[in-house]
Write a protein of this length. Structure first.
Length: 307
């Protein structure tokens, strides 16, 4: 099958076939159509590197393949390509994008906090605000796509950043530093983005919604955990699912109004998950309730994370 995706001045064409040579033949047919259309409207396509390129996503080797051309210009085969700010590699591991993001946020954070110490520079409140608005927004951009298997790369960066923000002379535990600063773990914030992504996709009822409904039955898919976690959120919000039947409920049975989320609903659920993590890591005894706002301090600290 052939699909076209367009956003602003950026476009992508995907051809899915049973073998690589068949996919190349079909892509060449599409390229010929594009060349004829551009000639008709007197347009010129920039076929240089990083502008128009071809990437083959397959488990098999892709060396020595016939080239794809638009008019007289041959397109370059690449091992990675950036689409809407996300680097896609041949294995769909997104490790290169994760390392690129880590390098970028590390540089930005160093510039922000380079002249700050316990006695001079920006105070803790200012550092927290800068970290939330500049660093976390970059880390969570398109995170449901690429961050799933790459969170371990950011553990050292997050630990050092929390230590710099608190200004602690000694090394507090990560859980204590998060509680002091009001910055949950990257995994918890990633889950918040997942909830919004899945619910919005299902609410729009387009091709992406159909894909998510199919993924619900594929346990080995990378998005299967996204579906399961979204069900956990809906269970806490509506009390509609039995715990033992959580994975047996189909998202297709949900009504459209049930897919609409509110800021406080997502916030309470993240508080609930954070409480559970604190109980496990600090060995404290508590019974977190997603609708109990006894911990107003934590609730206020998390407000800035919900759009």
């Amino acid at each position: 099958c052939t699909q076209t995706f367009k956003f602003a001045d950026d476009g992508s064409i995907i051809v899915v076939c049973s073998n690589i040579l068949e996919a190349i033949d079909k892509m060449q047919i599409v390229a010929n159509y594009i060349a004829n259309w551009c000639y008709l409207w007197r347009l010129c396509i920039n076929c240089s590197k990083d502008k128009t390129e071809v990437i083959i996503i397959s488990e098999k080797q892709s060396h020595g393949l016939p080239k794809i051309a638009i008019g007289r210009e041959s397109l370059l085969y690449v091992q990675k390509s950036k689409v809407l700010g996300v680097i896609i590699d041949e294995n769909l591991s997104f490790e290169q994008h994760a390392r690129y993001t880590l390098k970028s946020v590390s540089y930005n954070w160093q510039k922000l906090a380079d002249n700050t110490s316990r006695k001079r520079g920006l105070n803790t409140s200012a550092l927290i605000l800068l970290f939330k608005t500049i660093i976390m927004t970059k880390l969570l951009y398109a995170s449901p796509i690429w961050l799933n298997n790459n969170t371990d790369l950011f553990k050292k960066f997050m630990a050092k950043s929390l230590l710099r923000i608190t200004g602690a002379q000694y090394y507090p535990s990560n859980e204590l530093a998060r509680l002091i600063t009001g910055i949950p773990s990257l995994e918890d914030m990633h889950k918040r983005v997942i909830i919004k992504f899945v619910l919005k996709s299902l609410y729009q009822a387009d091709g992406l919604a159909g894909c998510l409904l199919q993924i619900e039955e594929i346990r080995g898919h990378s998005f299967y955990e996204h579906i399961t976690f979204t069900k956990m959120y809906l269970q806490n919000k509506y009390k509609m699912f039995e715990k033992e039947r959580l994975t047996k409920i189909s998202l297709a049975t949900l009504k459209k109004e049930q897919l609409i989320y509110k800021k406080n609903d997502v916030l309470r659920f993240i508080c609930h998950m954070w409480d559970k993590d604190l109980c496990e890591n600090m060995h404290t005894i508590c019974k977190p309730d997603p609708y109990c706002l006894e911990n107003e301090v934590k609730f206020d600290m998390l407000k800035t994370y919900v759009d």
